[in-house]
Design a protein around this ligand. Sequence first.
Ligand code: SAH
Length: 218
Amino acid sequence: MDYAVARRRMVQQQIVARGIVDPRLIEVMNKVPRHLFVDEGLRGHAYTDGSLPIGHKQTISQPYIVAAMSAALELHGNERVLEIGTGSGYQTAILAMLAKRVYSVERISALAARARKVLDSLQLSNVNIKIADGTTGWKDQAPFDGILVAAGAPDVPEEYLSQLTLGGRLVLPVGGYHQQSLIRITRLADEQFHREELMGCRFVPLIGEAGWSDAEDE
Ligand code: SAH
């Protein structure tokens, strides 16, 4: 299988065709080898139009959703970005190539370790990964120009709002356990936020102090 050909087709048919136009983002989506972020047995499916299992009841997000969330952050290259839910590390790699530095939090240590390995093999050295409950953000490193949450929250965790720079953007799925709306919140002033609804989506649950409880995961 020619992964580079499959990847270019993915970008054209799933991302450009759905209206994503940012040339930097398109270039990065054309570069990052998504097949390295899934198990060997699934590599042939890495460029299909959907999410895929990565173990531990978690998934690598659909390529279009990764592109849409990244686009919503409107990155130019100088930003510090917080990502919640490293998962496979695929979205992390995209962000690492679009921003200056990425701080990524994952609650499942085995996933964090695997993501770290793949990111290292791609020589993406501007990524810090922490194993923790990311529902409280990453206080020591705040504020962030962008915060991207890759798991669905019942409500917007307060900490994310206070860890945004002025003009900073938070993109996260909010809503039910199985289905959410993708929301973008921009911090206009200290206590002034602008909220937009981008699209419907389905993410795995954000589990932790300001998310869903572990018990609901059974
Ligand atoms: N963008 C990732 C998505 C992974 S799925 C990818 O494409 O691979 C979402 C991830 O969020 C899972 O790995 C899950 O373990 C993690 N997660 C859920 N709740 C979390 C929390 N409170 N803090 C950190 N990570 C969390």
